[in-house]
Write a protein that binds this ligand. Structure first.
Ligand SMILES: [Ca+2]
Ligand SMILES: [Ca+2]
Ligand SMILES: [Ca+2]
Ligand SMILES: [Ca+2]
Length: 491
């Protein structure tokens, strides 16, 4: 993927000079030589931008001028592939993978102004995928994804969160092992955990991204594949809670989606009796009126690339591989017809979630055929309370905005749509805003949190229409039948 480093930080700064309206101005772009720049961090004290480059195993450094221009400075060699970078008061922390993705990773530190190494690296859990400083700057937290190995699917490290003491250069581990005995109970609550290969809860959860509260005491971590958020007590390095996020009902008004890239129609928004698994990537936290909220970018992710762990099947292939209620001589639920599933213009192209958990949960009446189908992600962002109660979901707004702005990418309709991947919070001119990055449409949306009106821009647009805040009716899907192992695949 060609990745450009765009002056996002500078663009954000530009918005601060505006008053009544929020807008953005593109100031500059710069491209890494190998086009492998990925995650960026801006250090204000040095006016430098730091970008992970997993193609060279380097941290690429650019200086930002007062006008937002970017100039390449140097490439800092790292001990392995970098996955994340963060800046805090002139100190740069980089999350680096170990010798393999399944080996322990590390956090390396550098001086922002000089690029020089700053003290020893600290060993953390396997595959640190994201890291962040606590607001007080005393700790660095890493979300250790612990993905199974691609080639065999047999080497499966535990997911964890490491808490690094910046001054002492020591690390504590918030482990999920104490929760292993709760696996069945959490599955019943909606935490998407597999029973394949005897995998434990700690092995199966894959901490993806985290946010820390303003007091530096609590972190919330997305467990993307498990469709859950874990709450971490930082002082004791303890996983305090694992909360399921539930499912998005695409049959409700406001939750439409374009389900096909072969329907000869851009923005063919329709309701279907399908549940979206939020499966957030990024998460952020913010406080309004003394109440702390969480916001997630509901990207979705399958394990289709991992040997033995494929959990994705196109609609037209579902009936070939699994037993469906619509094949039952006396179908009880009748959510789909075979004609709909096998039509590429309807549901045939849509990638369904067909992991063992999805199939078991999808047999809602326990007669060993699949009634309810699920898809990856929710094509939206969501605001939650810290207890995991949904406050707002953007419904179908993101896809509709992309269509309205000429940013529609029809080839992604069958997959996860625009793929909201990043979300961050900021206050501009007293207006609390959420910025949502869309991986597939090269766009950033800004939502005004306070007035509950949303404003949207794309990287190639300057107009900003408003839309009324219209959350879909709440629906509690957590009471669906628990996962069982009774369901049998046809193949
Ligand atoms: Ca794992
Ligand atoms: Ca379409
Ligand atoms: Ca049936
Ligand atoms: Ca059934």
């Amino acid at each position: 993927m060609v990745t450009q480093l765009t002056a996002v930080a500078a663009a954000f700064a530009a918005t601060a000079s505006l008053t009544a309206q929020i807008s953005h101005t593109h100031l500059s772009s710069i491209q890494s030589a190998n086009q492998r720049g990925e995650i960026s961090a801006f250090d204000a004290s040095s006016s430098r931008v730091f970008v992970t480059n997993s193609g060279n195993n380097t941290l690429d450094v650019y200086s930002a001028s007062a006008s937002g221009g970017l100039t390449w400075v140097q490439a800092i060699a790292l001990s392995g592939p970098p996955n994340s970078v963060a800046a805090r008061n002139g100190l740069i922390a980089v999350a680096v993978e170990g010798a393999t993705g399944q080996a322990p990773g590390a956090v390396q530190f550098f001086d922002a102004a000089t690029g020089a190494q700053n003290g020893p690296a600290v060993t953390v859990g396997a595959m640190p995928d994201m890291l962040a400083f606590t607001p007080n700057g005393l700790k660095v937290l890493t979300a250790n994804e612990g993905e199974v190995d691609l080639a065999t699917g047999l080497i499966n490290p535990e997911g964890s969160v490491s808490i690094v003491d910046v001054a002492a250069r020591t690390a504590m581990t918030a482990s999920f092992v104490p929760w292993n005995g709760q696996k069945a109970a959490l599955q019943a609550q909606g935490v998407r955990l597999s029973n394949r290969n005897g995998v434990t809860l700690a092995q199966d959860v894959e901490p993806e991204y985290l946010t820390v509260d303003a007091t530096s005491t609590t972190a919330w971590v997305t467990l993307q594949e498990a469709n859950a958020i874990a709450e971490i007590d930082i002082a004791t390095a303890t996983v305090k809670q694992i909360r399921p996020l539930g499912f998005k009902d695409h049959s409700l008004p406001g939750n439409e989606l374009d389900a096909s890239d072969q329907d000869s129609s851009n923005g063919n928004f329709q309701n279907f009796p399908i549940l979206g698994i939020y499966m957030p990537d990024a998460i952020t936290s913010f406080t309004i009126g003394g109440v702390t909220y969480l916001a997630t970018a509901n990207e979705g992710d399958s394990r289709a690339d991992f040997a033995g762990w494929n959990d994705q099947t196109r609609g037209a292939s579902v009936d070939n591989n699994f037993v469906l209620d619509c094949e039952d001589p006396s179908p009880e639920t009748g959510l789909y017809t075979l004609a709909q599933l096998n039509s590429n213009a309807v549901l045939g192209r849509l990638n369904m979630a067909t992991g063992d958990y999805d199939l078991a949960r999808g047999d809602t009446d326990g007669d060993l055929d699949v009634d309810q189908l699920y898809v990856f992600g929710a094509r939206s962002f969501t605001i939650w309370t810290t207890s995991g109660v949904k406050v707002f979901d953007s419904g179908s707004q993101i896809e509709r905005e992309m269509l309205a702005r000429g940013l529609w990418v029809e080839s992604r309709s069958d997959d996860k749509g625009p793929e909201p991947e990043s979300v961050t919070f900021g206050i501009v001119n007293g207006v609390p805003l959420l910025f949502v990055g869309l991986e597939r449409t090269n766009s950033v949306l800004a939502y005004d949190v306070a007035t509950r009106l949303h404003r949207c821009w794309s990287m190639s647009s300057t107009s900003m229409p408003r839309a009324a805040w219209a959350p879909p009716p709440p629906k509690d899907c957590s009471s669906s039948p628990p996962a069982t192992t009774r369901w049998a695949a046809r193949c």
